[in-house]
Design a protein around this ligand. Structure first.
Ligand code: ADP
Ligand code: MG
Length: 248
C-alpha cells in the first residue's frame, strides 16, 4: 500500500542544510496496522506528512497504492490525498462553530458529493464511531474523546485506503486514549490500513508492528501486541478499573 525507498528529507535553515529523514526504507502492507515511535524531533511528523502527501521528500521514491508519487503537480497530489488518505491529529482540528455532522461532511463537499447523500454518509460515519446521538453537537459540547471520534469519522467518511494518525491519543486521558485505540482496532478489522504515530509505548503495542525512529533513521522494527486488551495489561489504571468492576 505504502512503499518508501531511500527517502530523505532535508530542510534549509538559512544556508544550513538540516537532514530530518535519512534513507528511510519502509513498506506498509494493505490492511496492516503500524505504529511509528521515536523521541520528539526524530522526524515522525515529517515522515507522516510525506506518506500523507502533505510534504514531498528531498530524494527517494514513494509508491502509494501501486503508483509512484514522483513529479506530480500539487493539484494532482491534493486529489490523490482527498481520495486515498484520512488524517487524524492530536488536537482534533475540528471547525469549532460547526456541528459534528457538518465537520464530518466537509471532505464530502470537497469530493463533490450532493447534499442529501452527504448528510447520510456523514451520519453513518458518526454512527460507526459511536456518536449517532451527537450529530448536532458542537465541539465545545463534546468531551476530548468524543471530539477525537468526530475527527475519526471525518477521516473515514470517504473510505480512505490509509488512515494516518499523528499522536491521536496525545491530548486525551489514558482511558479515553484506549477507547480511541479500540475504535482503531475495529477499523483495522474492517480492513483499513492504519499508520499511527505515538510516543506512548502502551499505545504503540495496540498496533501489529512498531517502527522506531531516531534522528531521522529507522533504528528498530518490532512486533506489536496487535490488541488493545493485551496492550492495556499491566497498566495501573486498568488494574484499578478491573478491581472496581469486580467489587460492583
Ligand atoms: P517529531 O514529529 O518526531 O517530533 P518532526 O518531524 O516534527 O519530529 O521534526 C523533525 C525535525 O525536523 C525537527 O528537528 C524539526 O525542528 C525539523 N523540522 C520540521 N519541520 C521543519 C521545517 N518546516 N523547517 C525546518 N525544520 C523543520
Ligand atoms: Mg510530531
Amino acid at each position: 500500500m505504502v512503499t518508501l525507498q531511500n527517502i530523505t528529507k532535508t530542510y534549509l535553515s538559512g544556508k544550513i542544510e538540516v537532514p530530518v529523514l535519512k534513507n528511510i526504507d519502509l513498506t506498509v502492507e494493505e490492511g496492516e496496522y503500524l505504529a511509528i515511535m521515536g523521541p520528539s524531533g526524530s522526524g515522525k511528523s515529517t515522515l507522516m506528512n510525506i506518506i500523507g502527501l502533505l510534504d514531498t521528500p528531498t530524494s527517494g521514491t514513494y509508491i502509494l497504492d501501486g503508483q509512484s508519487m514522483e513529479n506530480r503537480k500539487e493539484k494532482e497530489l491534493a486529489s490523490i490525498r482527498n481520495s486515498k488518505i484520512g488524517f487524524v491529529f492530536q488536537q482534533f482540528n475540528l471547525m469549532p462553530k460547526e456541528t459534528a455532522l457538518s465537520n464530518v461532511e466537509l471532505p464530502l463537499i470537497y469530493a463533490g458529493v450532493r447534499h442529501g447523500e452527504r448528510a447520510k454518509r456523514a451520519s453513518e460515519a458518526l454512527e460507526q464511531v459511536g456518536l449517532a446521538d451527537r450529530l448536532s453537537f458542537k465541539p465545545t459540547q463534546l468531551s476530548g474523546g468524543q471530539q477525537q471520534r468526530v475527527a475519526i469519522a471525518r477521516a473515514i467518511v470517504n473510505h480512505p485506503k490509509v488512515l494516518l494518525a499523528d499522536e491521536p491519543t496525545g491530548a486525551l486521558d489514558t482511558k479515553s486514549g484506549f477507547q480511541i485505540m479500540e475504535l482503531f482496532e475495529q477499523l483495522h478489522k474492517d480492513g483499513v490500513t492504519i499508520v499511527m504515530i505515538t510516543h506512548e509505548p502502551d499505545i504503540a503495542q495496540c498496533a501489529q508492528r512498531i517502527v522506531s525512529l531516531r534522528d531521522g533513521r529507522i533504528v528498530d522494527l518490532s512486533k506489536g501486541k496487535g490488541s488493545v486488551k493485551e496492550a492495556e495489561k499491566g497498566l495501573d489504571l486498568d488494574a484499578e478499573e478491573k478491581g472496581e468492576m469486580q467489587n460492583e
